[in-house]
Write a protein that binds this ligand. Structure first.
Ligand code: CP3
Length: 397
Protein backbone atom coordinates (compact mmCIF):
# COMPACT_ATOMS: atom_id res chain seq x y z
CA UNK A 1 0.00 0.00 0.00
CA UNK A 2 1.23 3.44 -0.66
CA UNK A 3 0.39 6.42 1.45
CA UNK A 4 0.69 9.86 -0.02
CA UNK A 5 -0.13 12.61 2.36
CA UNK A 6 0.12 15.75 0.36
CA UNK A 7 -0.86 19.02 1.95
CA UNK A 8 -1.62 22.08 -0.11
CA UNK A 9 -0.95 25.21 1.87
CA UNK A 10 -1.92 28.56 0.40
CA UNK A 11 -0.48 31.47 2.33
CA UNK A 12 -1.74 35.03 2.57
CA UNK A 13 1.20 36.27 0.55
CA UNK A 14 0.09 34.11 -2.35
CA UNK A 15 2.75 31.43 -1.91
CA UNK A 16 1.47 27.95 -2.60
CA UNK A 17 3.23 25.06 -0.94
CA UNK A 18 2.94 21.37 -1.55
CA UNK A 19 4.16 19.82 1.63
CA UNK A 20 4.22 16.51 3.30
CA UNK A 21 4.89 15.29 6.80
CA UNK A 22 6.06 17.90 9.33
CA UNK A 23 6.88 20.71 6.95
CA UNK A 24 3.41 22.16 7.29
CA UNK A 25 4.01 23.23 10.86
CA UNK A 26 7.06 25.23 9.97
CA UNK A 27 5.28 26.99 7.16
CA UNK A 28 2.50 27.81 9.62
CA UNK A 29 5.06 29.69 11.68
CA UNK A 30 6.24 31.86 8.82
CA UNK A 31 3.09 32.68 6.90
CA UNK A 32 -0.52 33.37 7.71
CA UNK A 33 -2.30 30.34 6.34
CA UNK A 34 -5.54 30.88 4.48
CA UNK A 35 -6.28 27.33 3.49
CA UNK A 36 -4.83 23.95 4.12
CA UNK A 37 -6.26 20.86 2.54
CA UNK A 38 -5.07 17.30 2.63
CA UNK A 39 -5.23 14.99 -0.34
CA UNK A 40 -4.70 11.61 1.21
CA UNK A 41 -4.58 8.32 -0.54
CA UNK A 42 -4.93 5.87 2.24
CA UNK A 43 -4.20 2.42 1.03
CA UNK A 44 -2.83 0.34 3.83
CA UNK A 45 -0.49 -2.51 2.89
CA UNK A 46 -1.87 -4.42 5.86
CA UNK A 47 -5.45 -3.46 6.70
CA UNK A 48 -6.26 -6.64 8.68
CA UNK A 49 -6.85 -4.65 11.86
CA UNK A 50 -9.30 -2.22 10.27
CA UNK A 51 -11.11 -4.95 8.36
CA UNK A 52 -11.46 -6.90 11.61
CA UNK A 53 -12.88 -3.87 13.39
CA UNK A 54 -15.53 -3.53 10.68
CA UNK A 55 -16.00 -7.33 10.78
CA UNK A 56 -15.06 -7.77 7.15
CA UNK A 57 -13.39 -11.03 6.02
CA UNK A 58 -9.66 -11.40 6.75
CA UNK A 59 -7.09 -14.11 6.00
CA UNK A 60 -5.93 -14.40 9.62
CA UNK A 61 -6.53 -12.81 13.02
CA UNK A 62 -4.59 -9.56 13.50
CA UNK A 63 -2.41 -9.08 16.57
CA UNK A 64 -0.79 -6.19 18.38
CA UNK A 65 0.39 -6.16 21.99
CA UNK A 66 -0.32 -3.65 24.73
CA UNK A 67 3.04 -2.04 25.67
CA UNK A 68 4.61 -3.65 22.59
CA UNK A 69 7.30 -0.95 22.63
CA UNK A 70 8.92 -1.32 26.00
CA UNK A 71 11.49 -2.66 28.38
CA UNK A 72 11.39 -6.32 27.25
CA UNK A 73 13.22 -5.16 24.09
CA UNK A 74 16.98 -4.56 24.49
CA UNK A 75 16.83 -1.96 21.71
CA UNK A 76 14.18 -0.06 23.73
CA UNK A 77 16.38 -0.11 26.83
CA UNK A 78 19.29 1.29 24.77
CA UNK A 79 17.23 4.25 23.49
CA UNK A 80 15.71 4.80 26.93
CA UNK A 81 19.22 5.02 28.37
CA UNK A 82 20.26 7.44 25.63
CA UNK A 83 17.19 9.60 26.41
CA UNK A 84 18.01 9.60 30.13
CA UNK A 85 14.41 9.21 31.29
CA UNK A 86 11.09 7.81 30.16
CA UNK A 87 9.55 11.30 29.98
CA UNK A 88 12.37 12.69 27.86
CA UNK A 89 11.87 9.72 25.56
CA UNK A 90 8.14 10.55 25.27
CA UNK A 91 8.93 14.22 24.63
CA UNK A 92 11.56 13.68 21.92
CA UNK A 93 9.62 12.87 18.72
CA UNK A 94 12.59 11.30 16.88
CA UNK A 95 13.22 8.87 19.75
CA UNK A 96 9.54 8.20 20.48
CA UNK A 97 9.07 7.45 16.78
CA UNK A 98 12.05 5.11 16.80
CA UNK A 99 10.81 3.06 19.77
CA UNK A 100 7.28 2.91 18.32
CA UNK A 101 8.73 1.18 15.26
CA UNK A 102 11.11 -1.17 17.10
CA UNK A 103 8.62 -4.01 17.74
CA UNK A 104 7.44 -3.81 14.13
CA UNK A 105 10.97 -4.33 12.88
CA UNK A 106 11.15 -7.56 14.90
CA UNK A 107 7.66 -9.03 14.62
CA UNK A 108 4.99 -8.96 11.87
CA UNK A 109 2.51 -7.10 14.08
CA UNK A 110 -0.68 -5.77 12.53
CA UNK A 111 -0.64 -2.31 14.14
CA UNK A 112 1.70 0.27 15.60
CA UNK A 113 0.79 2.11 18.78
CA UNK A 114 2.04 5.61 19.45
CA UNK A 115 4.78 5.64 22.08
CA UNK A 116 3.58 8.04 24.74
CA UNK A 117 1.76 7.84 28.07
CA UNK A 118 -1.72 8.49 29.42
CA UNK A 119 -0.22 10.88 31.98
CA UNK A 120 1.05 13.43 29.44
CA UNK A 121 -2.28 15.27 29.84
CA UNK A 122 -1.94 15.76 33.63
CA UNK A 123 1.70 16.67 32.97
CA UNK A 124 0.55 19.36 30.53
CA UNK A 125 -1.85 20.58 33.25
CA UNK A 126 1.20 21.41 35.35
CA UNK A 127 1.12 18.66 38.00
CA UNK A 128 4.80 17.81 37.63
CA UNK A 129 4.86 14.19 36.45
CA UNK A 130 7.87 12.05 37.33
CA UNK A 131 8.67 8.35 37.46
CA UNK A 132 10.33 6.76 40.47
CA UNK A 133 12.32 3.68 39.48
CA UNK A 134 10.28 0.61 40.38
CA UNK A 135 7.42 2.63 41.89
CA UNK A 136 5.64 3.90 38.81
CA UNK A 137 4.31 7.36 38.08
CA UNK A 138 3.99 10.18 40.65
CA UNK A 139 3.09 13.89 40.71
CA UNK A 140 4.90 16.69 42.51
CA UNK A 141 1.63 18.60 42.93
CA UNK A 142 -1.28 16.16 43.39
CA UNK A 143 -4.83 17.50 43.51
CA UNK A 144 -6.31 17.59 46.99
CA UNK A 145 -8.71 20.53 47.29
CA UNK A 146 -11.51 22.17 45.33
CA UNK A 147 -9.15 25.09 44.76
CA UNK A 148 -6.56 22.80 43.12
CA UNK A 149 -9.21 21.53 40.72
CA UNK A 150 -10.66 24.97 39.94
CA UNK A 151 -7.17 26.27 39.16
CA UNK A 152 -6.55 23.59 36.51
CA UNK A 153 -6.50 24.76 32.90
CA UNK A 154 -7.51 22.37 30.12
CA UNK A 155 -4.48 21.93 27.86
CA UNK A 156 -4.78 22.52 24.13
CA UNK A 157 -2.95 19.72 22.37
CA UNK A 158 -1.79 21.84 19.43
CA UNK A 159 -0.11 24.15 21.97
CA UNK A 160 0.87 22.04 24.96
CA UNK A 161 1.29 18.54 23.56
CA UNK A 162 2.84 19.28 20.19
CA UNK A 163 5.56 16.70 20.83
CA UNK A 164 2.90 13.96 20.67
CA UNK A 165 1.49 15.29 17.40
CA UNK A 166 4.96 15.61 15.87
CA UNK A 167 5.69 12.02 16.91
CA UNK A 168 2.50 10.82 15.19
CA UNK A 169 3.37 12.67 11.97
CA UNK A 170 6.85 11.12 12.01
CA UNK A 171 5.55 7.61 12.66
CA UNK A 172 3.03 7.87 9.82
CA UNK A 173 5.78 9.02 7.51
CA UNK A 174 8.10 6.19 8.55
CA UNK A 175 5.38 3.54 8.44
CA UNK A 176 4.50 4.54 4.89
CA UNK A 177 1.24 2.63 5.19
CA UNK A 178 2.76 -0.63 6.45
CA UNK A 179 0.15 -1.00 9.22
CA UNK A 180 -2.32 1.39 10.87
CA UNK A 181 -1.25 3.62 13.75
CA UNK A 182 -3.18 3.59 17.03
CA UNK A 183 -3.31 6.80 19.09
CA UNK A 184 -4.55 6.78 22.68
CA UNK A 185 -5.51 8.55 25.89
CA UNK A 186 -6.38 7.50 29.42
CA UNK A 187 -9.97 7.72 30.60
CA UNK A 188 -10.74 10.73 32.81
CA UNK A 189 -11.34 8.41 35.77
CA UNK A 190 -8.01 6.59 35.36
CA UNK A 191 -6.04 9.83 34.97
CA UNK A 192 -7.86 11.27 37.99
CA UNK A 193 -6.78 8.35 40.21
CA UNK A 194 -3.11 9.24 39.59
CA UNK A 195 -3.72 13.00 39.84
CA UNK A 196 -5.56 12.79 43.17
CA UNK A 197 -3.43 10.06 44.76
CA UNK A 198 -0.23 11.70 43.50
CA UNK A 199 1.26 8.24 42.97
CA UNK A 200 0.43 4.71 41.85
CA UNK A 201 -1.21 3.67 45.16
CA UNK A 202 -3.54 0.90 44.08
CA UNK A 203 -5.68 1.13 47.24
CA UNK A 204 -6.81 4.58 45.97
CA UNK A 205 -7.45 6.11 49.44
CA UNK A 206 -7.50 9.79 48.40
CA UNK A 207 -9.83 9.49 45.42
CA UNK A 208 -12.21 7.25 47.42
CA UNK A 209 -12.48 10.01 50.02
CA UNK A 210 -13.03 12.65 47.33
CA UNK A 211 -15.73 10.48 45.75
CA UNK A 212 -17.63 10.23 49.04
CA UNK A 213 -17.06 13.70 50.52
CA UNK A 214 -16.55 15.98 47.53
CA UNK A 215 -18.18 14.36 44.56
CA UNK A 216 -18.91 17.76 42.95
CA UNK A 217 -15.21 18.55 42.94
CA UNK A 218 -14.43 15.16 41.44
CA UNK A 219 -17.06 15.65 38.72
CA UNK A 220 -15.56 19.05 37.98
CA UNK A 221 -12.15 17.42 37.56
CA UNK A 222 -13.55 14.63 35.35
CA UNK A 223 -15.34 17.21 33.17
CA UNK A 224 -12.07 19.07 32.60
CA UNK A 225 -10.25 15.83 31.84
CA UNK A 226 -12.95 14.75 29.36
CA UNK A 227 -12.51 18.06 27.57
CA UNK A 228 -8.74 17.54 27.49
CA UNK A 229 -9.12 14.00 26.13
CA UNK A 230 -11.50 15.14 23.37
CA UNK A 231 -9.01 17.83 22.35
CA UNK A 232 -6.05 15.44 22.51
CA UNK A 233 -7.64 12.50 20.67
CA UNK A 234 -9.02 14.77 17.95
CA UNK A 235 -5.59 16.37 17.57
CA UNK A 236 -4.04 12.88 17.34
CA UNK A 237 -6.56 11.93 14.64
CA UNK A 238 -5.81 15.12 12.68
CA UNK A 239 -2.08 14.36 13.04
CA UNK A 240 -2.57 10.88 11.56
CA UNK A 241 -3.79 8.37 14.17
CA UNK A 242 -5.99 5.90 12.26
CA UNK A 243 -7.50 4.22 15.33
CA UNK A 244 -7.80 5.61 18.86
CA UNK A 245 -7.91 3.70 22.11
CA UNK A 246 -9.15 4.80 25.54
CA UNK A 247 -7.37 3.08 28.44
CA UNK A 248 -9.65 2.88 31.46
CA UNK A 249 -7.19 0.93 33.54
CA UNK A 250 -8.82 1.59 36.92
CA UNK A 251 -12.54 1.64 36.02
CA UNK A 252 -12.76 -1.95 37.26
CA UNK A 253 -12.15 -0.94 40.90
CA UNK A 254 -15.56 0.78 41.05
CA UNK A 255 -18.99 -0.67 41.84
CA UNK A 256 -21.43 -0.66 38.93
CA UNK A 257 -23.21 2.54 39.90
CA UNK A 258 -19.96 4.46 40.48
CA UNK A 259 -18.48 3.03 37.29
CA UNK A 260 -21.38 4.48 35.33
CA UNK A 261 -21.29 7.86 37.09
CA UNK A 262 -17.53 8.47 37.33
CA UNK A 263 -16.00 6.46 34.49
CA UNK A 264 -18.45 5.51 31.75
CA UNK A 265 -20.42 8.78 31.66
CA UNK A 266 -17.29 10.72 30.67
CA UNK A 267 -16.12 8.07 28.20
CA UNK A 268 -19.51 8.37 26.48
CA UNK A 269 -19.12 12.15 26.20
CA UNK A 270 -15.63 11.73 24.78
CA UNK A 271 -16.68 9.24 22.11
CA UNK A 272 -19.66 11.42 21.12
CA UNK A 273 -17.27 14.30 20.47
CA UNK A 274 -14.56 12.53 18.50
CA UNK A 275 -13.90 13.13 14.82
CA UNK A 276 -15.57 10.19 13.06
CA UNK A 277 -13.60 10.27 9.83
CA UNK A 278 -10.22 11.48 8.63
CA UNK A 279 -8.67 11.44 5.16
CA UNK A 280 -11.68 9.51 3.87
CA UNK A 281 -11.46 6.72 6.44
CA UNK A 282 -13.60 6.08 9.51
CA UNK A 283 -11.57 6.32 12.71
CA UNK A 284 -12.63 3.54 15.07
CA UNK A 285 -12.50 3.76 18.87
CA UNK A 286 -11.26 0.94 21.10
CA UNK A 287 -12.41 1.04 24.71
CA UNK A 288 -10.48 -1.00 27.29
CA UNK A 289 -11.65 -1.18 30.89
CA UNK A 290 -9.46 -3.49 32.96
CA UNK A 291 -11.82 -5.51 35.15
CA UNK A 292 -14.81 -4.35 33.07
CA UNK A 293 -15.96 -7.80 31.91
CA UNK A 294 -19.29 -7.57 33.74
CA UNK A 295 -20.19 -4.29 31.99
CA UNK A 296 -19.74 -5.18 28.32
CA UNK A 297 -23.29 -4.18 27.45
CA UNK A 298 -22.94 -0.87 29.28
CA UNK A 299 -19.60 -0.20 27.60
CA UNK A 300 -21.08 -0.92 24.20
CA UNK A 301 -23.57 1.91 24.72
CA UNK A 302 -20.70 4.40 24.51
CA UNK A 303 -20.76 3.78 20.73
CA UNK A 304 -17.17 2.51 20.76
CA UNK A 305 -16.25 0.21 17.87
CA UNK A 306 -14.09 -2.32 19.73
CA UNK A 307 -14.18 -3.55 23.31
CA UNK A 308 -10.80 -4.47 24.77
CA UNK A 309 -11.22 -7.20 27.38
CA UNK A 310 -8.86 -8.47 30.07
CA UNK A 311 -7.85 -12.05 30.78
CA UNK A 312 -10.80 -12.73 33.10
CA UNK A 313 -13.33 -12.52 30.28
CA UNK A 314 -14.38 -15.61 28.31
CA UNK A 315 -14.18 -14.44 24.68
CA UNK A 316 -16.96 -16.79 23.58
CA UNK A 317 -19.35 -15.38 26.19
CA UNK A 318 -18.32 -11.83 25.31
CA UNK A 319 -18.92 -12.54 21.65
CA UNK A 320 -22.38 -13.91 22.36
CA UNK A 321 -23.16 -10.89 24.51
CA UNK A 322 -21.92 -8.07 22.27
CA UNK A 323 -19.88 -9.54 19.42
CA UNK A 324 -22.57 -9.34 16.79
CA UNK A 325 -22.49 -5.57 17.16
CA UNK A 326 -18.83 -4.75 17.71
CA UNK A 327 -15.37 -6.28 17.55
CA UNK A 328 -13.46 -7.62 20.56
CA UNK A 329 -9.80 -7.21 21.48
CA UNK A 330 -7.82 -9.41 23.83
CA UNK A 331 -7.16 -11.31 25.96
CA UNK A 332 -4.35 -13.80 26.58
CA UNK A 333 -2.95 -13.76 30.12
CA UNK A 334 0.38 -11.85 29.80
CA UNK A 335 2.11 -14.27 32.22
CA UNK A 336 1.72 -17.09 29.66
CA UNK A 337 4.64 -15.44 27.86
CA UNK A 338 6.95 -16.69 30.64
CA UNK A 339 6.10 -20.26 29.63
CA UNK A 340 7.60 -22.52 26.97
CA UNK A 341 6.93 -21.92 23.25
CA UNK A 342 4.73 -25.06 23.21
CA UNK A 343 2.60 -23.74 26.06
CA UNK A 344 2.33 -20.31 24.44
CA UNK A 345 1.09 -21.94 21.22
CA UNK A 346 -1.42 -24.06 23.10
CA UNK A 347 -2.78 -20.99 24.88
CA UNK A 348 -3.02 -19.03 21.61
CA UNK A 349 -5.00 -21.94 20.16
CA UNK A 350 -7.32 -21.92 23.17
CA UNK A 351 -7.95 -18.15 23.02
CA UNK A 352 -8.62 -18.31 19.25
CA UNK A 353 -11.02 -21.22 19.77
CA UNK A 354 -12.86 -19.30 22.48
CA UNK A 355 -13.70 -16.58 19.97
CA UNK A 356 -14.31 -19.10 17.19
CA UNK A 357 -14.65 -18.66 13.43
CA UNK A 358 -15.04 -15.42 11.53
CA UNK A 359 -13.85 -11.86 11.69
CA UNK A 360 -14.19 -9.48 14.65
CA UNK A 361 -11.36 -10.53 16.96
CA UNK A 362 -8.13 -8.55 17.41
CA UNK A 363 -5.68 -10.73 19.31
CA UNK A 364 -3.93 -8.98 22.21
CA UNK A 365 -2.92 -9.68 25.78
CA UNK A 366 -5.33 -9.10 28.66
CA UNK A 367 -2.99 -6.35 29.88
CA UNK A 368 0.46 -4.91 29.09
CA UNK A 369 3.44 -7.13 28.39
CA UNK A 370 5.87 -7.48 31.35
CA UNK A 371 9.42 -6.05 31.10
CA UNK A 372 11.12 -9.42 31.70
CA UNK A 373 9.45 -11.41 28.91
CA UNK A 374 11.84 -12.88 26.33
CA UNK A 375 11.48 -11.26 22.87
CA UNK A 376 11.77 -14.78 21.36
CA UNK A 377 8.55 -15.71 23.12
CA UNK A 378 6.81 -12.72 21.57
CA UNK A 379 7.94 -13.98 18.16
CA UNK A 380 6.35 -17.35 19.00
CA UNK A 381 3.12 -15.62 20.03
CA UNK A 382 2.79 -13.51 16.87
CA UNK A 383 3.61 -16.43 14.60
CA UNK A 384 1.16 -18.72 16.42
CA UNK A 385 -1.70 -16.21 16.16
CA UNK A 386 -1.19 -15.74 12.43
CA UNK A 387 -0.67 -19.42 11.67
CA UNK A 388 -3.29 -21.00 13.93
CA UNK A 389 -6.03 -18.47 13.18
CA UNK A 390 -6.12 -19.16 9.45
CA UNK A 391 -8.45 -22.12 9.90
CA UNK A 392 -11.05 -19.79 11.44
CA UNK A 393 -11.09 -17.54 8.37
CA UNK A 394 -10.81 -20.15 5.57
CA UNK A 395 -14.36 -20.23 4.28
CA UNK A 396 -14.89 -16.56 4.75
CA UNK A 397 -11.78 -14.69 3.51
O1 CP3 B 1 1.43 0.08 24.35
C1 CP3 B 1 2.43 0.74 23.96
O2 CP3 B 1 3.46 0.21 23.50
C2 CP3 B 1 2.31 2.25 23.94
C3 CP3 B 1 2.88 2.94 25.01
C4 CP3 B 1 2.17 3.10 26.34
C5 CP3 B 1 2.90 3.36 27.52
N1 CP3 B 1 2.02 3.63 28.52
C6 CP3 B 1 4.37 3.37 27.59
C7 CP3 B 1 5.00 3.21 28.89
C8 CP3 B 1 0.82 3.13 26.68
C9 CP3 B 1 -0.39 2.85 25.81
C10 CP3 B 1 0.75 3.48 28.06
C11 CP3 B 1 -0.53 3.66 28.78
C12 CP3 B 1 -0.50 3.79 30.24
N2 CP3 B 1 0.38 4.49 31.02
C13 CP3 B 1 -1.51 3.30 31.10
C14 CP3 B 1 -2.74 2.55 30.62
C15 CP3 B 1 -2.42 1.17 30.23
C16 CP3 B 1 -2.10 0.28 31.35
O3 CP3 B 1 -0.95 -0.14 31.46
O4 CP3 B 1 -3.03 0.00 32.10
C17 CP3 B 1 -1.18 3.63 32.41
C18 CP3 B 1 -1.96 3.27 33.66
C19 CP3 B 1 0.01 4.42 32.35
C20 CP3 B 1 0.74 5.07 33.48
C21 CP3 B 1 2.07 4.46 33.57
N3 CP3 B 1 3.13 4.80 32.78
C22 CP3 B 1 2.47 3.35 34.38
C23 CP3 B 1 1.61 2.65 35.39
C24 CP3 B 1 3.79 3.05 34.03
C25 CP3 B 1 4.65 1.91 34.51
C26 CP3 B 1 5.65 2.29 35.51
C27 CP3 B 1 6.65 1.17 35.70
O5 CP3 B 1 7.75 1.52 36.13
O6 CP3 B 1 6.35 0.01 35.41
C28 CP3 B 1 4.18 3.98 33.05
C29 CP3 B 1 5.50 4.05 32.38
C30 CP3 B 1 5.53 3.49 31.01
N4 CP3 B 1 4.63 3.83 30.05
C31 CP3 B 1 6.52 2.61 30.47
C32 CP3 B 1 6.19 2.45 29.12
C33 CP3 B 1 6.95 1.68 28.09
C34 CP3 B 1 7.74 2.08 31.18
C35 CP3 B 1 8.71 3.20 31.15
C36 CP3 B 1 10.16 2.87 31.32
O7 CP3 B 1 10.60 2.79 32.46
O8 CP3 B 1 10.87 2.75 30.30
Amino acid sequence: MQHINLNIVICKDGVLFFTCFLATRYIFCQHAVLFTGAISMNTLKNDRLLRTIWRQPVDMTPIWIMRQAGRYLPEYRAIRQKAGSFLTLCKTPELACEVTLQPLARFPLDAAILFSDILTIPDAMGLGLYFKEGEGPAFERPLRTARDVHALAVPKSEEHLTYVLDTIAMIRHELAGKVPLIGFCGSPWTMATYMVEGNANKAFPAIQIMMKDESTVLHHLLTKLAEAVISHLNAQIRAGAQVVMIFDTWGGMLDTQSYQAYALHYIKIIIQNLIKENAGLRVPVILFTKGGGQWLNLMRETACDVLGVDGLVHLGHARREVGEKIALQGNMDPTILYQSPDNIEAEVDRVLAEFGPGSGHIFNLGHGIAPDVLPEHVAVLVDAVHRLSQKYHKDIA
